[in-house]
Design a binder for this molecule. Structure first.
Ligand code: XMP
Length: 510
């Protein structure tokens, strides 16, 4: 194990993830952990994360100083480097110029295990206000940058290392090498961690947390809740009850797929709520996007909790919350990082339901969850699925929502996705979708005049859905999708391709 001591960094989990990429088990703990507790974890190494505080500020986070006597190698990153310096007798100051962004790392010609294989002027990514002004006795400087004389410091005898930059972010060109030098060469950590071992640890955690109580999990058809459910089911079997609400706004075949996978393949207790009629009636005559969203959101919550009340005595609500969902709300280990955005997946729990949250995927990134899904045997189609909004086709059926229009949209969407898959482009696209527009157009089919609906196709690339660019299809793919849609979907005679980026457009139309 390599333990990451969390000082409230946005990047703590990224550090842990980089360690996992080296096949070494990594765990994040709050910086307040005692040296004694740490010792019992028997880590091969300790990484001090960065953090938003200034070491020179009063009351800034400090780890138990007895950690330095455990004889365990330490790597301090950014704030971690500064804490390491100060607690061992160095000093830190806030210089006039803060340093953010790229810098070139100059090696000082010393033989440092940490810097083995690193090139002169390797690009590193800095983000700090304070800087080390003098290093502790017994330490030496092995790397510097133009603005920061003490960029890499070490006490090789004690195996204490510190770097002012962030080796865990991709912007630091050789950051992975530095972490690997620390974890594998300095700490000699065992490389025996993989997704299989994650599953085993997670199962133990779930069992010990849940005991003989019952867990409820809402399935959406998306990858996160699916993986969470299957993992929890492996741990506690029939103590898990899943609820799936068919709101009538799902994609073609989705409700059937969810039932088949969870009921037939995994034998999971699944309560399927067919609420299509209720949603269609509530949405009747409503075209305004925010009004639609509110109706769908409220009815979903009502339906979900009605189902929950029928599920017996429930103690836990399972959610497929991932690390990126948590990263902006608070520091994952309960550490001191600033609240940037509150995030919630299930809006407003009713007061009478006192459930504890069970979130077994909180430490993972999306690609790790996909890998985990494969490990648990989920179908590839489900594991790699594009994101789909909670309000579903409701926000893609622009204008009035009727069963007929939804069915038309489902057919259009299925053909578009099918052509994307056939062209081998599905995984190059963040999200692909079709909208049905509230306009009709004149066309000609055979010798007949037609006057039918218009659909718009959209595919975007994105890192995080905050910004997006439209996907450049080879024209043949659009051509095939267009002619199939007009030929196979009755009621549609015109196909548009949306070339709006985000911003100014959003990914969804409503
Ligand atoms: P926009 O349209 O805001 O979408 O650019 C960004 C991403 O969020 C998805 N989305 C939603 N997801 N509930 C969700 O769970 C929603 O109400 C919702 N609205 C949009 C959208 O599909 C895209 O991935």
């Amino acid at each position: 194990t390599v333990v990451v001591l969390d000082f409230g960094a946005q990047y703590s989990q990224l550090i842990a993830r980089r360690v996992r990429e080296l096949h070494v088990y990594s765990q994040i703990v709050p910086y307040t952990i005692s040296a004694e507790e740490l010792k019992q974890m028997q880590p091969k190494g300790i990484i001090f994360s960065g953090g938003p505080a200034s070491v020179s500020a009063e009351g800034s986070p400090r780890p138990d100083a007895a950690i330095y006597d455990l004889g365990i190698p330490i790597l301090g990153i950014c704030y971690g480097l500064q804490v390491l310096s100060v607690q061992n007798g160095g000093s830190v100051q806030r210089p006039e110029k803060r340093e953010y962004g790229f810098a070139d790392l100059q090696l000082l010609g010393k033989d440092s295990v940490l810097l083995r294989g690193i090139s002169e002027n390797s690009r590193v990514w800095m983000s700090h206000g304070d800087s080390v002004m003098s290093i502790p006795a017994g330490f030496e400087t092995t790397g510097s940058t133009f603005n920061c004389p003490y960029t890499v410091i070490e006490n090789a005898g004690k195996q204490f290392y510190g770097v002012q930059f962030h080796p865990e972010v991709v912007h630091s060109a050789q950051g992975k090498q530095i972490l690997s030098n620390f974890v594998l060469t300095v700490c000699k950590a065992a490389t025996d961690w993989d997704m299989g071992s994650f599953v085993n640890t997670a199962i133990e955690d779930i069992r010990s947390k849940v005991g003989d109580k019952q867990v409820l999990c809402g399935l959406s058809g998306g990858v996160d809740s699916a993986v969470a459910a299957v993992l929890i089911h492996r741990a506690i079997g029939d103590q898990l009850v899943c609820v799936f609400v068919n709101n009538g706004l799902l994609r073609k075949g989705e409700a059937e797929m969810v039932q088949k996978v969870f009921r037939d393949n995994y034998n999971i207790r699944l309560q399927y709520a067919d609420a299509e009629q209720a949603f269609l009636s509530a949405l009747h005559g409503v075209s305004e996007p925010e009004a639609k969203r509110k109706i769908i959101g409220k009815l979903f919550v009502d339906t979900f909790y009605n189902e929950a009340r029928n599920a017996g005595e429930i103690s836990f609500l399972a959610q497929g919350t991932l690390y990126p969902d948590v990263i902006e709300s608070k520091s994952p280990s309960g550490g001191p990082s600033a609240t940037i955005k509150s995030h919630h997946n299930v809006g407003g729990l009713p007061e009478d339901l006192k459930w504890e949250l069970l979130e077994p995927l909180r430490e993972l990134f999306k690609d790790e969850v996909r890998q985990l899904g494969r490990e648990l045997g989920l179908p590839e189609e489900m594991v790699t699925r594009h994101p789909f909004p909670g309000p579903g086709l409701g926000v893609r059926c622009v204008g009035e929502i009727t069963k007929e229009r939804l069915d038309t949209l489902r057919d259009v969407d299925a053909i578009f996705i099918d052509e994307i898959r056939k062209a081998g482009l599905y995984d190059d696209i963040w999200q692909a979708l079709a909208c049905l527009l509230p306009v009709k157009s004149v066309g000609v089919q055979g010798d007949e005049r037609t006057y039918e609906e218009v659909c718009s196709l959209r595919a975007v690339t994105s890192e995080d859905a905050m910004t997006a660019d439209w996907f450049r299809f080879p024209p043949e793919v659009l051509q095939r999708a267009s002619s199939r849609i007009c030929n196979e979907v009755s009621g549609v005679n015109r196909v548009l391709y949306d070339i709006t980026s985000k911003p100014p457009g959003t990914i969804e139309w409503e």
